[in-house]
Design a binder for this molecule. Structure first.
Ligand SMILES: Cc1ncc(COP(=O)(O)O)c(C=O)c1O
Length: 374
């Protein structure tokens, strides 16, 4: 007989815990910046942008209000024209295709592979005379096989913009997510690995012309002299948010290591269960360095498992309300994407953040084992 396991409280995300762990440092930042009245485009933003660019090894990192705006501006800066088609994986947030639509383009969804990312095998069949670009979404802190995607792009004269909202620090063959295409975009939404106290994002690029345009677009189309040279937005990253991000960024490597340690624990505790499919383990192959923005499994009887974990005090999430983008027929999609459809019937994200311990993972794993094996 299995011994009873006491419930405990492991929320999916613990914003309060994340704040109180560094409360004094955060409060010192608020006090300093508010006393200086340094709210918009001040040195804290410039320093954070420089640190981000240095970390990624790119020429330009530009703070923006959120990743959705960052993507819209990236498409506009890259010169997407009305009617241009962009291929993207349907296993993503609606922000990815919305950015294409807002820039005047037509988003074309394709299927995902077993690692939940865009399946390169599905891209070529979706290419038409109007296709101009591919938008890989580097989901859950993992980078797609960019060699294969780049080969397809080269063969068909397409360019790449990466939605790397979920993948800061993730690498493929040693190269960072967000640095493969003409531009890459990151999100600093509070639940992101690097998350601020509200909305935030960044666009990174090695292309001077794209960078110049993002700088214009994020600030009402104004150049350094204040002259308005194109239609722009108000989409700047707040100075206060940049300072908070910069503080967290100093520890970014250890934050990633913690998440990889948790992933390794999940893997060793659950890998033998045939009812669930786990993400690749941290050391699964040398091409990928995953940062586990999310720990997304696939599970038989997913909804019952979720209920059982909730009764044990474990918070879980089904990404994007359990509906892939191509199922929103109101957005004009009429596609059959069997892998993505199946994934959304089975996917479940387990707790994965700095407040979760290895012991918590052992507890969660024991509850999952109990659910399937009694
Ligand atoms: C894959 C993906 N793309 C884009 C976004 C949009 O990011 P933001 O909320 O910063 O606009 C998100 C946000 O979670 C995301 O997960």
């Amino acid at each position: 007989m299995t011994a009873a396991i006491e419930p405990r409280s492991i929320p999916f995300f613990n914003y309060k815990g994340a704040f109180t762990a560094r409360e004094d440092e955060y409060v010192a930042i608020f006090r300093d910046i508010i006393r200086r009245g340094a709210f918009i485009q001040q040195r804290d933003l410039i320093e954070f942008e420089q640190n981000l660019a240095d970390y990624l090894g790119v020429k330009h990192a530009i703070g923006v209000a959120n990743a959705t705006d960052g993507l819209v501006m990236a498409w506009r800066a890259a010169g997407l024209h009305a009617g241009d088609e962009v291929i993207f994986p349907s296993h993503t947030m609606v922000a990815s295709p919305a950015s294409v639509a807002h820039a005047g383009g037509v988003p074309v969804p394709v299927d995902c592979g077993t690692d939940h990312l865009i399946d390169p095998d599905t891209i070529e069949a979706a290419i038409t005379k109007r296709t101009k670009a591919i938008m890989p979404v580097q989901l859950n802190g993992r980078t797609a096989n960019m060699d294969r995607i780049q080969q397809i792009a080269d063969r068909h004269d397409l360019y790449i913009i990466e939605d790397s909202a979920q993948a800061l620090g993730s690498r493929f063959k040693g190269r960072f997510a967000g640095t493969f295409g003409r531009a890459g975009v990151f999100s600093f939404y509070p639940a992101k690995i690097l998350g601020c106290f509200g909305d935030g994002g960044a666009v990174v690029t090695n292309d001077d012309e794209i960078a110049r345009n993002i700088l214009l677009l994020r600030d009402h189309g104004r150049d350094e002299s204040g002259e308005v040279v194109r239609w722009g937005l108000n989409s700047r990253l707040d100075n206060l948010q940049a300072a908070i991000l910069d503080l967290q960024f100093r520890d970014y490597d250890s934050i990633i290591n913690h998440r990889r340690m948790l992933a390794a624990h999940y893997h060793s505790s659950l890998n033998d269960l045939s009812e669930i499919q786990l993400p690749p383990a941290p050391d699964a192959d040398s091409d990928h360095f995953d940062v586990y923005q999310n720990y997304e499994i696939q599970a038989d009887r997913r909804d019952d498992l979720r209920k059982s974990l909730s009764e044990a005090g474990v918070g879980t999430i089904i990404q994007w309300g359990g509906k892939p983008v191509h199922q929103y027929s109101g957005l004009g999609f009429h596609r059959d994407l069997p892998n993505t459809d199946r994934l959304f019937q089975r996917c479940l994200m387990l707790p994965m953040n700095m407040m979760v311990s290895a012991d918590d993972v052992e507890f969660i794993a024991s509850r999952i084992r109990l659910f399937y094996r009694g």
